[in-house]
Each structure stands twice: as C-alpha cells, then as structure tokens.
Design a protein around this ligand. Structure first.
Ligand SMILES: [Mg+2]
Length: 191
C-alpha cells in the first residue's frame, strides 16, 4: 500500500471517532522506524515502517498535533533522519534525550510545550515499561509489536475514546452527586 492509500485509510479511521486525541505522541526506534538510531550512521538514508508516514500525514491533515518522545542516546542521528525523511517540521514537540525515567520527563516537557492535557494525548511505543509509566500519567498508551500501522492506529483511537467516555461518566456521576447534595443542603437551610 502506498503512502497516499494509507493516508486515505487513516483519514477514514479518524472519521469514525467523535472524540479524538488532540496530540498523538510517537516513540522513534521500533515504533516509527525499524532500527535503533545508535546502530546507524548519519550518512545513511533511513526508511520508516511502511504505514507510518501515511498515518502521520493523515493526523496532520485533520489538525491533530503530533510529537516525538524518544530516549535515543543519539539525538543528533535521530534528528538528521527526521530531516532526511522531510518530517522535521511536522512535530509540535520533539523530545529526544536519554533519561532514567521511563519517558515521564519527556511527557512533562511535551505538556508544557503544547499545553495539551495528558488525557487528550495518545502514545505509541514498543517498550512496555514506557507504556506502563506514561499511562499512569493519564495518557492513553498503546504497545506496538511491529511498528505503527493502521491496525495499531485504530486500536489506539478506540482506547482513547473509551478512556474519554469513562472520564466523562465519572464526571457526570460526581456532578449529579454534588448537585443532589447542594439541593438537599439548600432545602435544609429553608427548614
Ligand atoms: Mg522504541
């Protein structure tokens, strides 16, 4: 499937959801491309997973922000590759630095740079420990086994809308409870 076909399919998938994330965050190594940057040299021409580019362009077209959270120890190589792939200007945040935290620091920075709340973010990564840590922050996070593809993309959007629905229900439950309490306290005041 060519990039354009993938983009069309990704746009159709996006169109099926009423609630969408405001920002989709991607890891680099083994999520957007099938290698570790530190094992490559800057002179090489990288390529992404076959469906990654189409998905990124579909998000961009729909006005959904995209960002990078990578713990690569060679950010210079990662940035050179993003440049070679004509991707450099697409991201509203690019946090590429090695860290002992499992990307929680990356997400704090992405949040302060973009102002997007964690609950409106969707994150794709191939490492379980990153997924665990970041989902605890309230970000919908999906583990990818074979890079980002249309299947993982759809699943991520489903998970995000389910999380948003649960949050909405909890908020409504709290509102109902609160308004009942304030009604009963008002009637007590009258008596
Ligand atoms: Mg990775």
């Amino acid at each position: 499937m060519g990039d354009e076909r993938v983009k069309e399919e990704a746009l159709q998938i996006i169109g099926m959801f009423q609630v969408l994330p405001r920002l989709v965050v991607f890891d680099l190594d083994y999520t957007l491309w099938p290698f570790y940057c530190e094992c490559r040299s800057k002179g090489e021409m990288p390529s992404m997973y076959p469906q990654a580019k189409g998905i990124l362009h579909a998000l961009k077209e729909k006005g959904i922000g995209i960002a990078i959270a990578s713990r690569s120890p060679t950010p210079d190589i990662a940035k050179t590759f993003l440049d070679k792939l004509n991707m450099k200007s697409m991201f509203s945040a690019q946090e590429i630095f090695s860290s002992w935290s499992h990307k929680t620091e990356h997400f704090q920075r992405i949040h302060s740079r973009t102002g997007v709340p964690f609950s409106s973010m969707l994150f794709f990564d191939d490492e379980d420990r990153n997924i665990q840590a970041v989902s605890k922050m309230g970000v919908t996070s999906l583990l990818v086994g074979n890079g980002v593809n249309l299947g993982a993309f759809r699943q991520g959007l489903v998970m995000h809308s389910q999380n948003a629905e649960t949050a909405e229900k909890n908020l409504n439950r709290w509102r109902t409870k609160y308004s009942q309490q304030s009604k009963s306290s008002r009637s007590e005041e009258k008596n």
